[in-house]
Design a protein around this ligand. Structure first.
Ligand code: ATP
Length: 402
């Protein structure tokens, strides 16, 4: 294990930072990914002992900083591009299903047993007494070899139903299969309405992570198989095919996560969708983009399909985000050509002249200026006004000035 950690620049620095710190362990996903032969991305350290002292030692050696989060008894160390969390080994108790756990210090074995899946319940010692030693919850290593996701106890999904979404995320990303009993427990938790016990914000956090996975549509398919889609909201119906078509049209500066979500939200009414996204604590701007893309898709698609000239296409999509245009084309096949033309070419077209040029030509301030510019842009889009002079002539002609 030490050789593997030395082989990656970030974990090598972590080893040096915690060299000689008794009880310090790298835990969770980083250990899993290193054992799978991959890169350790998200570094989490657990200390059987004084976590704050370990964090300060590490920060000092790295020339970095420590921020302590008193409420959780954890600390974050940051040094250049290296950042990691340090926590005291602890046990957790759930006072009620879905609530945040009460925590208290405990040996590492118990800290591992409170985790979501056995393949995440792995730790490797960084400091004395035995650096490099792998410690795992029962069946952790065996499940990793078999590429299997298994909860650590039968009440796991009931205690923390966000683990249902984590199950889907890991199954997709790691290509691990849920073990039979775990799948049974997941289905039972979904049918028992477990998600209803968790705050919308915590569910929203997991949904956002899921949507940003490399293969979100595969994850949503699995979520639907488990009945998680309806459990999130009765009107939520992921549509991976439409989402994939929309995604293939999206320009690089647009948001794939939002268009994928919107594809599954077409059956909501406006009020319910807005309320749901607020409950999940989506930022208002993202919420509005999803609502507009989802609920406007069919009508926009029909209008795009009927638009021929570039200026007509521009008028149809005026003020709409690329996600709305891509989703419209994904649900109305005849709209694809216009949508593609807008997304790839027309939306980047702008005038060389601006309002100042129109005023300088003697037009008084007022709505005419905007109208003149809008018409000039339409002419330019249609290839009828090339260059500054032609744009200005088109603008002035639009308001009867030439
Ligand atoms: P990745 O970053 O690859 O998604 P990770 O394992 O780093 O995976 P985090 O969300 O950073 O994921 O969590 C760190 C570790 O904390 C996990 O490996 C897991 O052991 C534990 N953990 C996180 N969330 C939960 C949870 N809801 N219930 C139990 N354990 C959890």
């Amino acid at each position: 294990m030490i050789a593997r950690l030395r082989a990656q620049p970030r974990t090598a620095r972590l080893l040096d930072a915690l060299d000689g710190v008794a009880g310090a362990h790298l835990v969770g996903g980083a250990v899993r990914d290193v054992l799978l032969g991959g890169e350790a991305v998200d570094l989490d350290v657990v200390v059987e002992g004084d976590a704050a002292a370990a964090a300060h030692t590490a920060a000092q050696r790295l020339g970095g900083t420590v921020s302590e989060h008193e409420r959780f008894g954890t600390a974050t160390v940051e040094a250049g591009d290296l950042a990691f969390d340090v926590a005291r080994a602890r046990r957790e108790r759930y006072p009620a299903p879905g609530s945040l756990p009460e925590v208290e210090p405990a040996p590492l074995e118990e800290d591992l047993r409170r985790r979501d899946f056995t393949v995440n319940a792995l730790a490797v010692a960084l400091g004395p007494p035995d650096p490099g030693t792998l410690r795992a919850a029962p069946r952790g290593v065996e499940d990793l070899d078999a590429r299997r996701l298994r909860v650590l106890h039968d009440a796991s999904f009931r205690d923390d139903p966000t683990r249902l979404l984590r199950l889907v995320r890991y199954a997709t990303r790691l290509r691990f299969a849920p073990e039979a009993r775990t799948e049974e427990l997941a289905r039972a938790a979904v049918s028992a309405g477990a998600l209803g016990t968790v705050s919308g914000g915590r569910i929203g956090d997991e949904v956002r992570l899921l949507l940003r996975e490399p293969e979100p549509n595969t994850a949503l398919r699995l979520a639907s198989e488990l009945g998680l889609d309806r459990a999130l909201h009765p009107s939520f119906a992921p549509d991976p095919e439409a989402a994939e078509r929309a995604r293939s049209l999206l320009p690089p500066d647009a948001r794939e996560d939002l268009v994928i979500l919107a594809a599954g939200c077409r059956g909501f009414d406006r009020e319910a969708l807005t309320r749901w996204l607020d409950e999940l604590e989506f930022p208002a701007a993202d919420r509005d983009r999803v609502v507009s893309a989802a609920l406007g898709a069919a009508a926009l698609g029909r209008r795009l399909a009927a638009a021929n000239r570039p200026s007509e296409i521009a008028a149809v999509v005026s003020g709409l985000a690329p996600e709305a245009v891509a989703l419209a084309a994904a649900v109305v096949p005849d709209a694809v050509a216009s949508a593609r033309r807008w997304l790839e070419e027309l939306r980047h077209v702008s005038l060389e002249i601006d309002g100042g040029d129109v005023l300088a030509a003697g037009v008084p301030e007022g709505p005419d200026v905007g109208r003149a510019l809008a018409t000039a842009l339409a002419r330019k889009l249609d290839g009828e006004a090339r260059g500054r002079d032609a744009e200005l002539s088109a603008a002035l002609a639009a308001i009867g000035r030439q």
